[in-house]
Write a protein that binds this ligand. Structure first.
Ligand SMILES: O=C(O)[C@H](O)COP(=O)(O)O
Length: 228
């Protein structure tokens, strides 16, 4: 049985401050570091051994992966970083406080921005301060692929090609895989592999630093799912 593990990064400094984060590259909080180490401890206890790791190009996910692998004695495994596993881009909401946004625009609107499948947040343009177009790590990307804001649908559309081209072939080859990423890039993957409807995905949440373990058969059907 092939193992696939998802882990959302540990608490970030902006999770702690309740700010929309998206593609802003914030670090883990102290609690987030502890959550990542604890995840590694649980991975070790569960005897999970990986052949390949995938993560985003954002520090909080990369560090979570590294703490978890170090704690489980697997820091040496091959890893691939890709923008396709980044958090959804939260557009012009990035850096804004979620509670203050709810006071200003109403709980309902903020809930729609956060959890609807296909409503976009207010967008950033390429020359706005804070646009990813100014960030060296995206220099090789076609400028048209750099988002000004994403909903879950758009996030899924850029995550899934990476799943199909890179991750699924590894799993089909019998390799055990860990993916350290973000609340919404992992919700997109969860929706895709579990066949969750557009409506039901609104109710799916990913806890910080909690490994989600899938057992997959040789056709990548899900045989079992557990949370550590
Ligand atoms: O980008 C963010 O703000 C968080 O990582 C995810 O936020 P959400 O739970 O509001 O989608």
């Amino acid at each position: 049985m092939t193992k696939l593990v998802f882990i959302r990064h540990g608490q970030s400094e902006w999770n702690l401050k309740n700010l929309f984060t998206g593609w802003v590259d914030v670090d883990l909080s102290e609690k987030g570091v502890e959550e990542a180490k604890e995840a590694g401890h649980k991975i070790k206890e569960a005897g999970l051994q990986f052949d390949q790791a995938y993560t985003s190009v954002l520090t909080r996910a990369i560090k979570t992966l590294h703490y978890a692998l170090e704690e489980s004695g697997q820091l040496w495994i091959p890893e691939t970083k890709t923008w396709r596993l980044n958090e959804r881009h939260y557009g012009a909401l990035q850096g804004k406080n979620k509670a203050k946004a709810a006071e200003k625009y109403g709980d309902e609107q903020v809930h729609i921005w956060r959890r609807s499948y296909d409503v976009l947040p207010p967008l950033l343009s390429a020359d706005d301060e804070g646009s990813a177009a100014q960030d060296r790590r995206y220099a090789d990307l076609d400028p048209r692929a750099i988002p000004g804001g994403e909903n879950l649908k758009v996030t899924l559309e850029r995550v899934i090609p990476f799943w199909e081209d890179e991750i699924a072939p590894k799993l089909l080859d019998g390799k055990n895989v860990i993916i350290a990423a973000h609340g919404n890039s992992l919700r997109a993957l969860t929706k895709y592999i579990e066949g969750i409807s557009d409506a039901d995905i609104m109710g799916v949440e990913m806890a910080t630093g909690q490994p989600v373990v899938y057992d997959l058969d040789e056709k990548l059907n899900i045989v079992n799912k557990t949370k550590l």
